[in-house]
Structure formats: structure tokens, C-alpha cells
Design a protein around this ligand. Structure first.
Ligand SMILES: C[S@@+](CC[C@H](N)C(=O)[O-])C[C@H]1O[C@@H](n2cnc3c(N)ncnc32)[C@H](O)[C@@H]1O
Length: 283
């Protein structure tokens, strides 16, 4: 099975992502990512791992008629929703590890809340650099580490206390790219600069604390490793520990801390950027 086949999700999940997670979590990050990528009138933009397309859609107004926007994602279902919501934009299927574009095609490349899912981040970055023109900008947004998350951290602690330490790893993939120093060091090593970074606190909204726990637990294999009583204890304790995040209207609004990093591709890209991608030639 190819990576692309292995990664496919049902259309219903992509629709629910667009209806719920985009407005309640991801949308607010898009303007910051576009700022970091210096996107403005006339920019030609590639949004990598575009999902249902929130960054690309947000970019359209800034870019105007003289620029262009393409969204690329591995997942057909995400792209189907992207095409339904914004049929006039250009949506392509592709893997960040092998972007289907020529060298130096774009003024700016963005990648919002996806870097942590890429199995080979160096390669992903090298591909983003390859398709960005010299002097162009790359912007990434990633969730900060679990330790920096005021609500997600206690949630994972509670889940691990009730269901065992493996809960930390099962619930943890989201946070594994969240060390900003490490992220910036990787960009520097790839020859990018100047680099600017910003840590900001956004919001993730759920119908209730139970709904948050269900979202996090039921989308991972943890759900198959705990019995109903353990699951109920986790829900109760999370509800108590994080009660201050329940608003008068009943919605559960928790902080979601992330890093937004912008990095310029150097004018002399061929030497500095390829340092990362080049493997030793056969001898
Ligand atoms: C959390 S979503 C973020 C989507 C979008 N950037 C947003 O902000 O709403 C992560 C996205 O990464 C995509 N993705 C994961 N691995 C990928 C890869 N190797 N190449 C391209 N897209 C990938 C997924 O299909 C998914 O749409």
C-alpha cells in the first residue's frame, strides 16, 4: 500500500473537520501564517498539507488577481471538501515528500499544523525549499510541546494516570514538533534565514469537556485499550480539573499554544538549501 493509500480518511471525517475543527481551532492561525510568509498582493502561494483549504482560502483576498494560490494535500477526502467549499481555487493531490512542482515555482510556501505528521521532516522542508524561489518565504505553524499546553497537558496527565504511561505516546503525536528552538535550528541548518518566530495562544472549542476527551481519545488507539469505567473516570476527572474552561453558554474553550515561524529562502539557494537534501553520490 502506498503512503497515500494508507493515509486516506473517509469523506465524512473531512466534512466534520471543515465544519468543526476549522472554525473552532485552525482558522485563527491562517492570517498569522500568511503574515509570516509575507503573503500580499501578487504573491504566488503554495499551501502544503492544505487540508480542507483554510489557509489558501484566507490568502485569496490578500493576493488579489495578480497572484495565484495552490493547495496540495495527500488526502483525497480533504481535497474533495476543499473543492466543494472553494471550487475556483487550484487543489492538487500530492505528498510533501515529493511535491509535484518544479524548482523555484512559488514566492511563498505555507504549512499550517501538519509538520508533526510528516515521517521525514527534513525531506518535507527540503521539498518546500526546492519549490520556493530564491528570496521567497516559508512559514510553518505547529502546536507547541505538551509541556507548554495549559489544558492539554493536564488532560494527558489524567489519561496516563488512569490508563498507563502509553497514553502519553498515543495522545502525543500532535505535540512532537513543538520545540521552537529545535524547529528553528532545523530551518537554520537547511540554510534558511532570516527567521522569525512567534509563540501565540489560540483557542480550541468543544461542545463540552466530555466532547474534548472523546475527540482526543476516540481518534487514537487508546480507546481500544481502556474499559468503559476507566474512560468514564478520565472524563469525570478532566471535567473537574478543567472546569474553569467551561463558558456560561456550556462551550468548553481551552487554550491551544502554537509556534508560527517564517524563514526566508536565501538568494544563493542552490548551495545552502541543497545541503539538507543531497545524499552522497554513488561512488
Ligand atoms: C491537521 S490537518 C491541517 C490542515 C490544514 N493545513 C489546516 O490548517 O486546516 C493536517 C493535514 O496534513 C495532511 N498531510 C499529512 N501528511 C501529509 C503529507 N505527507 N503530504 C501532504 N499532506 C499531508 C493531512 O492530509 C491533513 O490534511
Amino acid at each position: 500500500m502506498s503512503t497515500s493509500e494508507a493515509f486516506q480518511i473517509p469523506l465524512s471525517v473531512a466534512e466534520s473537520y471543515e465544519a468543526t475543527f476549522v472554525p473552532r481551532l485552525f482558522r485563527e492561525w491562517a492570517p498569522h501564517v500568511l503574515d509570516a510568509a509575507r503573503v500580499g498582493p501578487g504573491t504566488s502561494l503554495l499551501d502544503v498539507a492544505c487540508g480542507t483549504g483554510i489557509v489558501a482560502r484566507t490568502a485569496v483576498e490578500r493576493i488579489g488577481n495578480d497572484g495565484s494560490v495552490i493547495g496540495v494535500d495527500l488526502n483525497e477526502a480533504m481535497l474533495t471538501v476543499a473543492r466543494r467549499v472553494a471550487p475556483d481555487l487550484d487543489w492538487r493531490e500530492g505528498d510533501v515528500a515529493d511535491l509535484p512542482f518544479d524548482d523555484d515555482t512559488f514566492d511563498a510556501v505555507t504549512c499550517q499544523m501538519a509538520m508533526m505528521f510528516f515521517p521525514d521532516r527534513d525531506r518535507a522542508l527540503a521539498e518546500m525549499i526546492r519549490v520556493t524561489r530564491p528570496g521567497g518565504w516559508i512559514a510553518l505553524a505547529v502546536p507547541a510541546s505538551l509541556d507548554a499546553q495549559p489544558a492539554y497537558r493536564p488532560f494527558v496527565d489524567i489519561a496516563a494516570r488512569h490508563s498507563g504511561p502509553e497514553a502519553r505516546a498515543l495522545l502525543g503525536s500532535y505535540w512532537n514538533c513543538g520545540d521552537a528552538d529545535e524547529l528553528v535550528a532545523g530551518l537554520e541548518q537547511a540554510g534558511l534565514g532570516p527567521i522569525d518566530r512567534r509563540t501565540r495562544t489560540g483557542t480550541a472549542t468543544f461542545d463540552s469537556s466530555d466532547a474534548m476527551v472523546a475527540t482526543e481519545v476516540e481518534s487514537t488507539p487508546l480507546i481500544d485499550r481502556i474499559d468503559e469505567q476507566t474512560y468514564a473516570r478520565i472524563r469525570t476527572e478532566v471535567g473537574e480539573a478543567l472546569a474553569r474552561y467551561t463558558k456560561p453558554d456550556g462551550l468548553f474553550e481551552i487554550p491551544f499554544v502554537g509556534h508560527v515561524v517564517g524563514a526566508q529562502v536565501p538568494a544563493e539557494k542552490s548551495r545552502s538549501a541543497r545541503r539538507v537534501t543531497t545524499t552522497a553520490p554513488p561512488t
